[in-house]
Design a protein around this ligand. Structure first.
Ligand SMILES: [Zn+2]
Ligand SMILES: [Zn+2]
Length: 477
C-alpha cells in the first residue's frame, strides 16, 4: 500500500529531529511528575507538527494529549518519558560512571519510548492527512516508574473515547508482548507512639518502631496463607530516628502488594491492614494507612497482538550494522550475568524447529531476530500502569532491540546505551511497526471490531473501576 509507505517515510523524514529529541530528553532526566523538560519539548514538537495539544491533562502538569484528524476510529499511542532516581550514567561508556552522583538517569529507556511512540503518531498523521477518516491521539504519560501516571489519567477518563491503544517498550528483544502482569497497590502505614527516656522511664513510652517490627513479623507469618502468585514487599521509610535512648514516637513502613487480579490485591490489602492494626494494639500505638497508588493487571488482546506481529514480521528488526554489533558486544562484555528474558521466551516455544532456528541468536550481541507470536498468554511478575488503559480499551505492545542482548532493565548499561545508534534504530523501528498497525486499524474495521469483542470477553463486560480511591493525588517520586 503506497499510502502506508508514504506514512512510514515520514519517520525517515523526521529522523534527525526525532533522534535529537530523544537525546535531549536523555540529557535532561527528570523523575515522575517532574518531567517538565520532556513534556515541554514534546508539546513544542507536536504543536509545530500540526497536532492539537491539550496540556495539563487530568490536572497533571506534565501530562498531555495531542490529537490529529477527526471522527472514528480513534487510535491512541502511549508515550512515556520519566527517568529513574539515582541512575545517572555517562552515555556510550563501558563502565559504571555517573554524569552526576545520585542524579536521575534513563534506566528504563523512556527517552526512547516517548519518541518512538511520537514517531508513530507523526506517520499516522501523514496517513490521516491524505484524506482518511479517523483520529490519532498521542498521550504524554508521566510517572510510569512508581507514580502510576496512566492510572490517574484513566481515572479521569482521558482514554474513554479510544477504540484501541498501542505502545511499546525498549528492550533487547523484538517481539509482541502476550503476557498479563500483576495488579498492585502501595500503602504507607504511619505508626504513632509516645516518646520517653528508654532507660529511665521506658514504661511511659510506646514504641512506633516496635509496631513496625511486629507488623513485619506478622506479614512473614501471613505469607504462608496468601494465594500463590501474590507478592508482598516492604521498606521501612522511617525507623523513628537514630537515637536508641529515645522510645521512637513515629515510624513508617511502606507496603507494596501484588496479585494476578485486582480483586485479590484488594483482599490482600485488607489482611495487611488487619496485621497493621494488630501491631498497633500490641504496642499501644496508633496506625494510619495512607493509600499511595495502585495499578490494574493487563488485559491481553491477542487480536491486536497478532496484527502487531504481522507488521513486526513484515518490517523486521532494525538494520544493525557491524559498528552496532561491535558496540553491543563491548557492552555485553561488562555484564556479570546476562538477563535471561530472551532465553526464557525461546524456551517457551513449543515447535522444536523454531527453537533450533532461534537458539544461535542467544550468542549474538544484539538479538536481531523477530520472535514468533506466543500461542498462550503468560504471566509476568512485573506491574505496569499500561494495565489500567487495557481495562478501558484493547491495548497491545511490542518490544524492539534498543539495547544489547542480555542487558537488564534498570541497569547502568541500559542508561549507557540510551543515546547509541542501535537504540535510535530500535526506537524508530518500533515507531514504524506501531504506525503500520494503527493504519491497518483504520483500514480494517472488522479487525478493530474483533479486538473489541475480545476485550469484552476478557473483561467479562466488567466496566473499568479505578484501583485508586477518590481523593488520592499523584505523588512526586
Ligand atoms: Zn522501568
Ligand atoms: Zn519502563
Amino acid at each position: 500500500m503506497a499510502e502506508k509507505q508514504q506514512a512510514l517515510d515520514a519517520i525517515e523524514k523526521y529522523r534527525l529531529e526525532l533522534e535529537a529529541l530523544s537525546d535531549a530528553i536523555w540529557e535532561h532526566p527528570q523523575v515522575g511528575y517532574q518531567e517538565t523538560y520532556a513534556a515541554n519539548a514534546f508539546c513544542r514538537f507536536l504543536e509545530k507538527s500540526g497536532f492539537r495539544v491539550e496540556k495539563n491533562l487530568a490536572g497533571i502538569p506534565t501530562a498531555f494529549c495531542a490529537s490529529y484528524g477527526s471522527g472514528a476510529p480513534v487510535i491512541g499511542l502511549l508515550g512515556e518519558f520519566d527517568a529513574l532516581p539515582g541512575m545517572s550514567q555517562k552515555a556510550n561508556c563501558f563502565q559504571k560512571s555517573a554524569v552526576e552522583e545520585d542524579a536521575p538517569g534513563h534506566g528504563c529507556g523512556h527517552n526512547l519510548l516517548g519518541v518512538g511512540a511520537l514517531s508513530a503518531a507523526l506517520a499516522v498523521k501523514t496517513y490521516l492527512g491524505s484524506g482518511h477518516s479517523g483520529t490519532v491521539k498521542f498521550y504524554g504519560c508521566p510517572a510510569e516508574e512508581g507514580g502510576s501516571g496512566k492510572v490517574f489519567l484513566a481515572k479521569a477518563g482521558v482514554f474513554n473515547d479510544l477504540d484501541a491503544a498501542l505502545t511499546w517498550h525498549p528492550g533487547d528483544t523484538n517481539n509482541v508482548s502476550c503476557s498479563t502482569n500483576l495488579a498492585n497497590c502501595q500503602i504507607c502505614y504511619h505508626f504513632k507512639g509516645k516518646a520517653s527516656h528508654a532507660a529511665i522511664s521506658p514504661e511511659l513510652g510506646r514504641s512506633a518502631l516496635d509496631a513496625v517490627e511486629l507488623m513485619n513479623v506478622g506479614i512473614q507469618f501471613l505469607r504462608e496463607h496468601i494465594p500463590t502468585g501474590c507478592r508482598v514487599h516492604y521498606a521501612i521509610t522511617n525507623a523513628g530516628g537514630n537515637a536508641p535512648a529515645i522510645v521512637q514516637e513515629r515510624a513508617d513502613v511502606l507496603y507494596l502488594m501484588r496479585a494476578p487480579q485486582l480483586t485479590t490485591v484488594r483482599e490482600l490489602m485488607e489482611r495487611v491492614n488487619e496485621v497493621a492494626r494488630g501491631a498497633a494494639i500490641m504496642t499501644g500505638t496508633t496506625v494510619e494507612s495512607e493509600f499511595i497508588k495502585a495499578t490494574s493487571n493487563i488485559i491481553v488482546n491477542q487480536t491486536l497482538g497478532r496484527l502487531l506481529q504481522k507488521n513486526l514480521e513484515k518490517l523486521g528488526t532494525a538494520s544493525y550494522d557491524d559498528r552496532d554489533l561491535a558496540f553491543a558486544q563491548k557492552m555485553v562484555d561488562t555484564l556479570e550475568q546476562k538477563d535471561p528474558y530472551f532465553a526464557q521466551l525461546v524456551d517457551k516455544i513449543a515447535d522444536p524447529e523454531q527453537k533450533k532456528r532461534l537458539l544461535p541468536y542467544l550468542e549474538r550481541p544484539i538479538y536481531d531476530v523477530v520472535l514468533p507470536y506466543p500461542e498462550t498468554v503468560s504471566q509476568s511478575l512485573a506491574s505496569s500502569d499500561v494495565g489500567d488503559v487495557s481495562w478501558v480499551c484493547p491495548v497491545a505492545q511490542i518490544s524492539t532491540s534498543t539495547m544489547p542482548g542480555g542487558v537488564p532493565m534498570h541497569s547502568w548499561q541500559m542508561v549507557a546505551v540510551g543515546k547509541s545508534d542501535m537504540a535510535k534504530k530500535g526506537m524508530l523501528q518500533a515507531g514504524k511497526v506501531l504506525a503500520s498497525t494503527a493504519i491497518d486499524l483504520y483500514e480494517l474495521p472488522e479487525v478493530l471490531q474483533a479486538a473489541k469483542a475480545e476485550h469484552m470477553e476478557r473483561t467479562g463486560g466488567t466496566p473499568y473501576c479505578s484501583p485508586i480511591p477518590d481523593g488520592v493525588e499523584p505523588r512526586k517520586t
